[in-house]
Design a protein around this ligand. Structure first.
Ligand SMILES: *Cc1c(COP(=O)(O)O)cnc(C)c1O
Length: 243
């Protein structure tokens, strides 16, 4: 029976190998891609082990779980990323520990995050979550089942982020769609995300993060040009419950 630390170290090594091969295959330097380990549903003790093993970026998707976990880990040199759908009544809590929010998908959230960030005296990097489930429909308010704004809603939201105190537009995030024209084609979805990212950078040159790729499709994301991959189960194991 292997202990948890060894298990996590082995899994991390395998994920690192996958990222390195994907970078090599794409002709990209390894340093262009940052690994974010998604620790949702796993305990603070795992976060601590991951930190000891060299992980510097962790992500969570539910404030109820993330807030106490982050509070137990304030002594660790970690950046916390919030990647879940975010309700405005949770932003006051989230801005206390999150350095990055990947799931900005509506104006109201920008306003709420800005107010909370200013109040907390923090500056927050914000990624706009793009829903690629459908390519049609109106911009704002057209969110996919798992959150996200339609592609045409990205620039208006980026402008709002740039104008908001305490926030800065940092880039784009997506989850490979389960429905619509990109279902089962993560590579095509991530290529589309990169086109949108290019348009975004033209308007906001520092918004250059592209957060895409999870345990099942990190290779496709790296091939497309992702700068950040969000990997959960390949590092921590299959989650004990939905999350
Ligand atoms: C859970 C989650 C991940 C990680 O998914 P795995 O398949 O476990 O690697 C990445 N991004 C978001 C937004 C998530 O909710």
């Amino acid at each position: 029976m292997t202990d948890r630390r060894t298990q996590l170290a082995d899994n991390l090594a395998r994920v690192e190998e996958r990222i390195a091969s994907a970078c090599a295959a794409a002709g990209r330097p390894r340093e262009e891609v940052t690994l974010i380990v998604v620790t949702k549903t796993y305990p603070a003790s795992d976060v601590r082990l991951l930190s000891e093993l060299g992980v510097r970026h962790v992500a969570e998707n539910r404030d109820q779980d993330a807030a106490p976990k982050a509070a137990e880990c304030t002594d660790l040199p970690l950046s916390w990323h919030f990647v879940g759908q975010l309700q405005t009544n949770k932003v006051r809590s989230v801005v206390k520990y999150a350095d990055m929010v990947h799931s900005v998908d509506r104006k109201r959230l920008v306003t709420a995050l800005s107010t909370a960030a200013v109040r907390a005296g923090r500056e927050l990097g914000c990624l706009i979550q793009v829903a690629l489930d459908t390519e049609s429909g109106a911009a704002e308010g057209t969110t996919g089942p798992r959150g996200g704004v339609a592609p045409e809603g990205v620039l208006p939201l980026a402008d709002a982020l740039a104008a908001a105190e305490g926030l800065r537009p940092a880039g784009l995030m997506t989850v490979a769609p389960l429905t619509g024209p990109y279902a089962g084609r993560p590579g095509a979805a991530f290529d589309r995300l990169m086109e949108i990212a290019t348009d975004l950078r033209a308007a906001h040159p520092t918004a250059n993060m592209v957060s895409a790729g999870m345990s099942a499709d990190l290779e496709e994301a790296v091939a497309a040009g992702a700068t950040h991959v969000r990997v959960g189960s390949a590092v921590l194991g299959v989650r004990p419950r939905l999350g």
